[in-house]
Design a protein around this ligand. Structure first.
Ligand code: SAH
Length: 380
């Protein structure tokens, strides 16, 4: 009887073990089919080298693959013709290449092109190509939506959904570079982070994208042709200075008087002008780079002499120049572009103080592609 029981127990255990193995195999097979493969463009060149070593392949392949991914913007492993078929298949088994797609392209009467860009998860951002006589500028987004609440900006009305990855920022530049060559037969010359989002709230990814844009194995563009525009977050401006970045800084100032600026841009409540000024001094001390102030003059808001004088005073804190940008109405009429007299007053006072000032006409207004008009309307 004792023997019988022991025999029954052994059989029972073997059965349970077998069942356990079958369930494990079943789940492993299922996972293999459904778990998302990693996007290879999230890997650094060193990590791709490690991958090739781990599969017993030559590490120099990493450089080849990296150049295909970034310099040549390959969208498919099969484009990598100097990589063997076997290795390409292995790469396909292990990775995907996520890419943005220009979903809709609109052209303005003045030549400006606005792209609605679909991201790999179906979300949309916008990017703009701005042609002038001397330059072709790509205006690109850094976030889906924006968390800041600048009252005059259409993007502010979209909730911030997520940060863009470095490759999604990079791809916007590539798409505009291709359009520049195709439609204008001219190279892309400049990049401004003035699309959707606040680049300093997506710091690592924005800097990661700039690394690739400036890397000779990427687009090899000079950082002097790149401008990051920010609402002015003092802590992050200091961090950029510490990181010794080589690109240009623009600050959306709009008023050099705290009470007025806080009404326009709530970020100013917690980050007042004195803190911004300190950060800019630190920026200039570390980088020796001039700051550009973006500034809109609105009727009855900042169009008086004391407003212009406050700006002149602020401009003396560090070497700087001013872009007076035209207001692009965003539908409710609460804000209106100031009269020409007010603009003349600003330019006169700034020039008298030896501060360079440019009056910028807006571009692409007819297709809602101008500063602050990006609001994913085409995706509605
Ligand atoms: N968050 C960044 C970049 C995005 S906004 C920043 O604030 O700088 C890009 C520029 O457009 C900023 O200078 C912003 O103040 C300006 N802008 C926003 N709405 C505008 C509008 N309706 N008309 C003109 N400029 C606008």
């Amino acid at each position: 009887m004792i023997f019988e029981k022991a025999k029954w127990n052994n059989t029972n255990w073997a059965g349970i073990l077998l069942l356990f193995c079958l369930i494990t195999i079943f789940y492993l097979c299922r996972m293999n089919g459904t778990v998302a493969k990693k996007d290879i463009r999230q890997l650094s060149i060193g990590q791709i080298e490690d991958y090739f070593l781990s599969i017993g392949d030559k590490p120099f392949r990493a450089k080849q693959v990296y150049e295909w991914l970034w310099n040549k913007s390959a969208k498919d492993f099969d484009q990598m013709t100097n990589i063997s078929l076997v290795t390409r298949q292995k790469l396909k088994d292990d990775f995907v290449i996520n890419h943005i797609a220009v979903d809709q392209m609109q052209r303005s009467n003045d030549g400006t092109i606005k792209n609605a860009v679909k991201l790999y998860d179906g979300m949309t951002v916008e990017s703009v190509l701005i042609p002038t006589d001397k330059r072709i500028t790509a205006c690109i987004s850094s976030q889906v939506g924006c968390s800041l609440d600048c009252h005059f900006c259409a993007t502010a009305r979209l909730k911030r959904m997520r940060n863009l990855n470095p490759d999604e920022i990079y791809d916007q530049v590539v798409a505009i570079k291709e359009q520049s060559e195709k439609f204008f037969d001219r190279p892309l010359t400049n990049i401004v982070f003035m699309g959707m989002g606040e680049p300093l709230l997506n710091y690592n990814n924005v800097l990661g994208s700039i690394d690739k844009i400036t890397d000779p194995k990427g687009l090899g563009m000079s950082p002097r042709r790149i401008t990051l525009s920010t609402v002015g977050i003092p802590k992050m401006i200091k961090k950029m200075a510490d990181d010794e970045v080589k690109f240009n800084l623009a600050v959306s100032l709009h008023s050099a008087i705290d009470a007025t600026r806080s009404k326009l841009m709530p970020i100013n409540l917690k980050n007042p002008l004195d803190d911004l000024a300190d950060a800019l001094k630190y920026w200039y001390y570390k980088t020796k780079k001039k700051v550009t102030y973006e500034y809109v003059v609105w009727r009855n808001i900042n169009d008086q002499e004391h407003d212009a004088k406050a700006l002149v005073k602020f401009c003396k804190i560090v070497p700087s120049k001013v872009n007076l940008i035209e207001y692009n109405p965003i539908d409710d009429g609460e804000y209106q572009q100031a009269a020409g007299d007010a603009i003349s007053l600003y330019t006169r006072l700034l020039e008298a103080a030896d501060i360079v000032v440019n009056v910028r006409r807006s571009r692409g207004k007819d297709i809602d592609a101008a500063c602050g008009q990006l609001a994913n309307k085409s995706a509605e």
